[in-house]
Design a protein around this ligand. Structure first.
Ligand code: LMR
Length: 327
């Protein structure tokens, strides 16, 4: 009898332990944009690839549209273990590191090909590790695109922005950029932008074509200046604590799926930049303004002093390396 009981206990322990070991790890991916965006599509592709290849080991759940966490909370939540992956805009890491502010410097990159060259080069790859001391791991960059200026009045020259209120992401560089043209920058979460514009609590904002389109900002902003004055890209992050809790083969597979999902998202980013801009033009809700070379030069001249202001925090050499990516 005693032997039988012992055997039953052993069996229960064995199967119990297996059941615990076999339960797939839950990976919550939280973001703030719509699903029909580069980031929204990348996250869904990642979920699909993980499901296909390792569904018994990891289950990815995607929460779009700030459903789970807004952009000012997600990194804190990640460090507490409440969410395992996110891809905030590079402008949203200022609390954790100074160096990523390089991506906010106005008129630094001439186009997305230059951004890609910098990110994939030696300096860009080093920046992925810039959050390590804060308990976060940078797993890769994801593109969205160049930013445009939208407003309630036409913006052709810097003086047109004077005194106007612009929503910005939580970045001191972006704050300085708008102050450089005598505008009033306000740091606000992405989820509030539409209402702030609709109620005219603010006059304008800066964003990519896909964000302006998918969040319908163009319906409440009669003018969009095609300024391409800065970049809005993302850093896919996880917490060190979560990452090291995974077995190495699982890490390798996840990273592979993520790299593929990022490549997919980057293709969508390039396509959406054109398509969403065209959708906005076709809608006739907003007039798209282009700048003459002379007008553009005025914006560059007004905003470029911001580089010097942040050179110490970011590093002169890093800025040089980013500039070199333009060639
Ligand atoms: C914003 O806050 O404007 C963007 O960072 C949103 C996003 O994630 O693209």
């Amino acid at each position: 009898m005693r032997l039988l009981a012992a055997a039953v206990t052993t069996l229960a322990m064995t199967f119990g332990a297996q059941a615990v070991m076999a339960a797939p790890v839950e990976l919550k991916f939280s973001h703030v944009v719509a699903e029909n965006t580069p980031k929204g599509q990348m996250a869904l592709k990642f979920k699909e690839l993980v499901q296909e290849r390792m569904g018994d080991k990891v289950v990815v759940e995607v929460f779009p549209n700030s459903q789970l966490f807004g952009d000012n909370k997600v990194l804190e939540a990640m460090l507490l273990g409440d969410v395992q992956m996110a891809a905030p805009a590079l402008s949203k890491f200022q609390k954790y590191t100074d160096v990523l502010q390089i991506f906010d410097l106005p008129f630094l990159f001439k186009d997305m090909a230059a951004v890609e060259r910098f990110q994939q080069g030696e300096e860009g790859q080093k920046l992925l590790g810039s959050l390590r001391k804060k308990g976060l791991v940078g797993l890769g960059y994801l593109h969205n695109g160049m930013k445009q200026l939208s407003a309630s009045d036409p913006l052709q020259v810097p003086a047109d922005a004077s005194g106007k209120k612009f929503r910005i992401m939580t970045s001191d560089v972006l704050q300085a950029q708008f102050e450089a043209v005598d505008a009033v920058p306000l740091k606000k979460p992405f989820s509030e932008v539409f209402t702030l514009l609709q109620t005219k609590a603010i006059d304008g904002q800066e964003n990519t074509w896909s964000n302006i389109y998918s969040k319908k900002f163009f319906e409440v902003q009669p003018y969009i200046t095609e300024s391409n004055h800065g970049v809005l890209d993302y850093l896919v992050v996880t917490s060190t604590e979560f990452w090291v809790s995974l077995d190495e083969p699982v890490q390798v597979e996840l990273k592979k799926a993520l790299d593929e999902a990022i490549a997919y998202g980057n293709d969508i980013a390039a396509k959406k930049t054109e398509e969403d801009k065209q959708q906005i033009i076709d809608s006739r809700r907003s007039e798209v303004l282009t700048l003459t070379a002379e007008q553009r030069a005025q914006w560059v001249e007004a905003m470029k002093p911001v580089w010097k202001q942040f050179e110490k925090d970011i590093g002169a050499d890093l800025i040089k390396a980013a500039e070199a990516a333009n060639q």
